[in-house]
Design a protein around this ligand. Structure first.
Ligand SMILES: [Ca+2]
Ligand SMILES: [Ca+2]
Ligand SMILES: [Ca+2]
Length: 494
C-alpha cells in the first residue's frame, strides 16, 4: 500500500489512521489519511511565491516542481528531503553521480559544499583540504582547477582506508548542469564565495535551483539579496543569532535552517518556531546528535516518533536534511521507519542470549567499553551512535549467540546491519543450532563507524518453525573492527 506523500498537517492524522488500522486489524482505515490535497494553492501578493517571481513559472520539470514547493509555506506544504552531500551511499560525497542518485531516490534537494580553487573556480569539496575524500593532500585553495581535476574521489564518506573511484572533483557549474532539471541545490560552505557562485548560477541558467545559505549578519545578507533579488536564500538560525528573525522584518528568507543542541534551546520553543513557520520553510538536520538534540536518522529508524515525526509535528520541520534518503522517503510515504519485511525475523545485536560469558558470548576486552549500560555485568560492548544501538569493539576471537523465533518453516538468508570505516572491516561465520560454521562472510566498509548498512551474507539455512540459536563468530586470524546493529533472517527466494 502506498500513501500519498505526507504533508505536515496530515502527519498526526496519518499516525492516528495507522493506529486505528493496527487496532482493528485492517488496512481500510488508512484510506482516511487526508494527504491528498494538491501542493499548489493560490498565493496572496505577500506570499513567497510572489516575492520570488510568482507561482506560474511552470512545473514541467522536477526542479520546477521542487522550486514551487519550496515557496509553499502553507500548513499543507509538502515535506522536502535534502540529501546530505548527495547520495553518498551510492557514490562519493559531493560527486556528480551522488547528485543524480539523490534525485533518483526521491530527494528534492541535494546539499553540496562549495569551495574555491587557487584560480578561483567554485568546486565541490566539504573539507578545507582534499585529504579525506581524494587521493591528494593539501588545501583546496592550493590546487588550480586543472590540478584538482587530476585527483580521484574516494567512495562514500572517504577516509584513510576507503577505496578510490574513477570520479573526479566536480566544478559547481558541472553540478548545477546535472541538477538543472532534477531539483534544488543547497550551496553549503559557499557564502564567502557567493559572488562567484552567483555568476555560475547565472551562467548555467540555474538561479532558481541554487539555495544560498549562511548565518552571516543580516545586513550582509540584505546587501547580497539587494544586489541579486532573484537569489534564493535560507538563513541558519540557532540560539547564537536568534534576533535574525526580527531583523529580517518584512523581507524574510525562503527558509530557516534551525539548529538546536537541546530541545530546551530558545530557538526550538514552540512560539518561536510557530512564527518562523508562518513566514518561511523550517529546515532541520537529522544526520547526528546535536543538530536537533537526539532526533536523528538512526533514532527515526527505531521509532519515527524519536526523530522525523517529532521534527515535523513538534518542531515544525518542512524540510529535513538526512544521511538516509531512502529511509526518509519511505517514512514520508508510509509512516514506517525501518519496517521488517513480511515473514522476516530481526534480532538486535544488543539482545544476545542469556547465560553470560562462555555460554552466550565470548568478549575479549573486559567490561562494557561502550556508553550504554543495557546489559549490566556483561562484557559485550554496547554503544549508542547518534541513536543507533549496537555492539561495538568487535574483535577477532569473539562470538555472540542469539535466540530467534522463526514464524514459518522455510529457507532463510541471514543479513547483518553493520558499520565500519575500514577496508577490510572484518569477517564472520554463522552457525545455526550448534551446527557447523558457514563460509566466512566479509563485512564491507560503510566508510563510517556511525553509518550503518544492511549487508546480505549469502548464508542460507533451512529452519523449521520455532526457536533456533544463531551464533556469529569472528575469526581471530582476520582483522576485525566493525559494529553490529542487528541480524535479520529473510525468506530466501526458494
Ligand atoms: Ca568488552
Ligand atoms: Ca568486544
Ligand atoms: Ca541495534
Amino acid at each position: 500500500m502506498i500513501f500519498p506523500r505526507l504533508r505536515r498537517t496530515s502527519l498526526s492524522a496519518l499516525v492516528v489512521a495507522l493506529t486505528a488500522a493496527a487496532t482493528i486489524g485492517t488496512t481500510a482505515a488508512m484510506s482516511s489519511a487526508p494527504a491528498t490535497t494538491p501542493s499548489t494553492t493560490a498565493h496572496a501578493d505577500a506570499s513567497p511565491a510572489a516575492r520570488y517571481g510568482g507561482p506560474g513559472h511552470g512545473g514541467r520539470t522536477d526542479a520546477e516542481r521542487a522550486y514551487r514547493d519550496l515557496l509553499d509555506h502553507s500548513d499543507r506544504a509538502k515535506i522536502l528531503t535534502a540529501a546530505h552531500r548527495g547520495q553518498w551511499r551510492d557514490a562519493p560525497e559531493n560527486s556528480l553521480p551522488a547528485i543524480t542518485a539523490a534525485f533518483d531516490d526521491g530527494a528534492e534537494i541535494v546539499e553540496l559544499d562549495v569551495r574555491l580553487t587557487a584560480d578561483g573556480v567554485p568546486v565541490l569539496m566539504h573539507d578545507t583540504t582534499v585529504d579525506r575524500t581524494t587521493d591528494g593532500s593539501g588545501p583546496v585553495s592550493s590546487f588550480t582547477l586543472a590540478e584538482i581535476k587530476e585527483l580521484r574521489l574516494k567512495e562514500g564518506l572517504g577516509g584513510a582506508q576507503t577505496a578510490l573511484t574513477d570520479e573526479r572533483v566536480p566544478t559547481l557549474a558541472e553540478a548545477m548542469e546535472v541538477a538543472a532539471d532534477r531539483g534544488l541545490v543547497n550551496l553549503d560552505k559557499g557564502w564567502p564565495a557567493r559572488e562567484k557562485i552567483w555568476d555560475v548560477l547565472v551562467g548555467t541558467g540555474t538561479v532558481r535551483n541554487g539555495l544560498f545559505k549562511s548565518d552571516a549578519p543580516v545586513a550582509e545578507v540584505r546587501a547580497f539579496r539587494e544586489a541579486h533579488p532573484d537569489a534564493v536564500y535560507l538563513h541558519m538560525i540557532s540560539d547564537d543569532n536568534l534576533t535574525a528573525f526580527d531583523e529580517f522584518g518584512d523581507d524574510q528568507p525562503v527558509g530557516y535552517e534551525v539548529v538546536f543542541g537541546s530541545e530546551q534551546d530558545a530557538v526550538a520553543r514552540a512560539p518561536f518556531l510557530e512564527r518562523l513557520a508562518g513566514e518561511s520553510r523550517v529546515w532541520i538536520n537529522s544526520m547526528w546528535d546535536g543538530l536537533a538534540d537526539h532526533l536523528t536518522d538512526e533514532a527515526s529508524l527505531i521509532d519515527p516518533s524519536r526523530g522525523w515525526e517529532s521534527l515535523v509535528t513538534t518542531f515544525r520541520a518542512s524540510m529535513i536534511q538526512t544521511d538516509d534518503v531512502e529511509k526518509l522517503e519511505h517514512w514520508l510515504r508510509t509512516g514506517e521507519g525501518d519496517p521488517l519485511p513480511r515473514g522476516s525475523v530481526r534480532v538486535q545485536a544488543e539482545d544476545f542470549a542469556p547465560g553470560g560469558a562462555g555460554v552466550a558470548y565470548r568478549d575479549v576486552d573486559a567490561g562494557n567499553r561502550g556508553n550504554l549500560d543495557m546489559r549490566p555485568g556483561e562484557d559485550v560492548d554496547i554503544s549508542d551512535a547518534d541513536g543507533n544501538v549496537r555492539v561495538s569493539w568487535m574483535r577477532g576471537g569473539e562470538w555472540l549467540t542469539y535466540e530467534v523465533d522463526v514464524p514459518r518453516t522455510g529457507r532463510y538468508e541471514l543479513s547483518a546491519r553493520v558499520s565500519s570505516p575500514y577496508t577490510p572491516a572484518g569477517t564472520y561465520t554463522v552457525s545455526f543450532d550448534g551446527g557447523p560454521a558457514s563460509e566466512r562472510v566479509a563485512v564491507r566498509s560503510t566508510t563510517s563507524h556511525d553509518k550503518q548498512e544492511l549487508q546480505a551474507s549469502g548464508v542460507v539455512e533451512h529452519l523449521t518453525e520455532g526457536r533456533h540459536t544463531v551464533r556469529v563468530s569472528l575469526p581471530d586470524d582476520a582483522y576485525q573492527n566493525w559494529n553490529l546493529d542487528y541480524l535479520q533472517l529473510d525468506r530466501a527466494a526458494r
